[in-house]
Design a protein around this ligand. Structure first.
Ligand code: NAD
Ligand code: DAU
Length: 345
């Protein structure tokens, strides 16, 4: 078991990053966490509202592409591990405006690798099942499968994933990678399907399901992603890649049914709308390699979706200000036309 004293958590004010910081400090209260975050629209200081007064947590507001600031922060804070969650993360946003995805996800990760190389720091990179592309028949992606990304977001994540592996091969720097499935849970920005559908349902607004809604996703609880990352940080083999998910998928229509049933809402709220261009039909990963580290997911995807939906009922203080702010402009751009000409399920 490795000892980790001082972590730089990039993107720690985002959905998964903030859940990870909270989980990590519960499990390892003796370690120190420096959150490094640009605070984009998806990065919310309030995601860690309960932790900012804690002595061993601090925030540096900055871009992972700022090499001087990353280097200085790592030196000043005696960082021994960088965990890179920072990214532009929404597929639909990558279709509307792709260049920032390359800036942050590719160049930003590259800058972190350069600093890690220069200072001799281990880097753990958070990748995604989307790098495998959409998965045919009954196959489940294993870590050695070819990467075949199909959206600007997925392509930028695949490039970052491969840069991390290339640095390990070329320079021998200590890296690990986890590839996560679709996460759900507290503090997920409501542009993503489960929080969007949950908050729309609570507000009595239509749920815009892309196409036939038969796309398959492994909706994994963010808690299980955090325990999976922890297992790799503490016991994973340096240089290796690990898939993190439940290995079980459902269709988006099944996910929507769970959300509506959990919230006691009418299924007539479902609206089939024009599909996402290039929409990946199915993601599915084999997670046996992570199991060899003694990890098991706690939640099944149905429980994960239901629990996530309930969180949005109990935490309107968090999402109501988001939905009434700049999010509205994005929502109208993304959905107004689609919802105007649609039919009920
Ligand atoms: P998110 O969009 O909720 O948060 C991203 C965070 O990164 C925000 O706090 C944002 O401010 C920060 N950020 C963005 N650009 C930055 C930059 N240039 N410099 C510094 N900080 C910057 O994302 P998330 O859903 O929490 O995803 C976190 C990571 O996990 C990403 O790398 C994503 O690709 C990966 N991932 C996400 C999922 C999922 O289902 N959400 C699944 C697998 C992998
Ligand atoms: O699989 C891991 C990925 O999961 C992460 O790498 C990404 O960062 C994360 O955003 C997520 O990507 P998806 O595109 O799968 O997630 P999203 O929540 O956007 O959509 C989930 C499914 O729901 C997908 O099949 C598209 C569909 N969907 C989504 C939205 C926003 C709809 O049908 N309607 C919608 O309005």
């Amino acid at each position: 078991m490795r000892e980790i004293k001082s972590l730089l958590v990039t993107g720690g004010c985002g959905f998964i990053g903030s859940n990870f910081v909270r989980y990590w400090l519960e499990q390892h209260p003796e370690s120190r966490v420096v959150v490094y975050d640009k605070l984009t629209y998806a990065g919310r200081k309030e995601n860690l509202h309960d932790l900012w007064d804690t002595a061993n947590v601090s925030l540096v507001v900055g871009d992972i592409g700022d090499q001087d600031l990353v280097r200085r922060t790592c030196q000043d804070e005696a960082i021994d591990l960088i965990v890179n969650f920072a990214a532009e993360t929404h597929v639909d946003q990558s279709i509307l405006g792709p260049l920032v995805f390359t800036d942050t996800n590719v160049r930003g990760t590259h800058v972190l690798l350069e600093v890690a190389r220069e200072l001799g720091i281990r880097l753990h990179h958070i990748s995604t099942d989307e790098v495998y592309g959409h998965i045919k028949d009954n196959h489940q992606s294993v870590e050695t499968d070819e990467l075949a990304p199909r959206s600007p977001y997925a392509a930028s994540k695949a490039a970052a994933d491969q840069l991390v592996q290339a640095y390990a091969i070329t320079y021998g720097i200590p890296v690990t990678i986890t590839r996560g499935a679709n996460n759900v849970g507290p503090y997920q920005y409501p542009e993503k399907a489960v929080p969007l559908f949950s908050t729309n349902a609570i507000l009595g607004e239509p749920l815009p399901v892309y196409g036939d809604g038969l796309q398959m996703r492994d909706y994994a609880h963010v808690y299980d992603h955090c325990t999976g990352i922890e297992a790799v940080l503490l016991r994973g083999e340096i240089g290796e890649v690990y898939n993190v998910g439940t290995g079980r998928e459902m269709t988006n229509l099944e996910m929507v049914d769970i959300v509506l049933d959990t919230l006691g809402k009418d299924h007539g709220l479902v609206k089939h709308v024009t599909d996402r261009p290039g929409h990946d039909r199915r993601y599915s990963m084999n997670v046996d390699k992570l199991r060899t580290l003694g990890w098991e997911p706690k939640y099944d995807p149905k429980q994960a979706v239901a629990e996530a939906a309930r969180w949005y009922v109990d935490n309107r203080w968090w999402w109501e200000p988001i939905r009434s702010g700049e999010f509205r402009e994005y929502y109208d751009r993304q959905y107004a036309e689609r919802l105007a000409g649609t039919e009920s399920k």
